[in-house]
Design a protein around this ligand. Structure first.
Ligand SMILES: [Zn+2]
Ligand SMILES: [Zn+2]
Length: 165
C-alpha cells in the first residue's frame, strides 16, 4: 500500500516509486502498489524528488525545509479560549451559577425520561414544566430583588447628594 502525492499543479505521484500516476488511479502502474490515500506533496526545489507536505527534509538530497509551526501554536490558542470560558462561567453572580445547575438537573431529568414508559414520561414532563416555572419564578424574584436594591441605592445616593449641597 502506498499514498498518492498530489502536487500543487494537480499531478499525482506514487509515493512508493515516485512515478507519475493518474489522479484517480487505484494502483500504481509502475510498482503495483495499491494507492489508498491522497496526500499533498511538493517537488524538492533542488533534486525534484516528490516529497509529502510537512516533511522537514528531502529524503534524497537532504535539503531542509521550513515546516509550518501551526501545530505548536494551536494548543496555546485553545488554552486561551478555555480560560475565557472559565472566566465567563465564573463571572456575574452566584445566582447565575445556581440557575445553570438547576438547568442541568432538568436536562438530565429529560434524558432519564426517554427510557421510561409513555405514562412515566408524561409525568416527568409535567414535573419538568413545574421546575421550569419555578426556575422562571426564581428569576423574576431575583430581578425584583435587584430592582428594589437599586431603588434603595438611588435614594441613598440622593440623600448623600442633598447632604453635600
Ligand atoms: Zn509506484
Ligand atoms: Zn531533494
Amino acid at each position: 500500500m502506498a499514498s498518492k502525492g498530489v502536487v500543487r499543479t494537480g499531478e499525482a505521484y506514487c509515493l512508493s516509486c515516485f512515478q507519475l500516476v493518474d489522479r484517480d488511479a487505484g494502483r500504481c502502474p509502475g510498482c503495483y502498489s495499491e494507492l489508498v490515500e491522497e496526500v499533498k506533496a511538493f517537488r524538492c526545489p533542488k533534486c525534484e524528488q516528490i516529497i509529502t507536505l510537512g516533511e522537514p527534509q528531502c529524503p534524497k538530497c537532504g535539503l531542509k525545509f521550513k515546516v509550518k509551526t501551526l501545530k505548536q501554536t494551536e494548543p496555546a490558542h485553545d488554552d486561551q479560549f478555555l480560560m475565557k470560558l472559565i472566566e465567563w462561567g465564573k463571572s456575574p453572580e452566584e445566582a447565575h451559577v445556581e440557575e445553570g445547575r438547576a438547568m442541568e438537573k432538568t436536562v438530565s431529568q429529560v434524558e432519564t425520561a426517554s427510557a421510561e414508559s409513555p405514562a412515566g414520561q408524561l409525568e416527568r414532563l409535567a414535573q419538568l414544566k413545574v421546575s421550569i416555572n419555578e426556575l422562571m419564578q426564581n428569576r423574576s424574584e431575583m430581578l425584583e430583588r435587584m430592582e428594589k436594591r437599586m431603588e434603595a441605592e438611588k435614594t441613598r445616593l440622593e440623600r448623600i447628594a442633598s447632604m453635600t449641597d
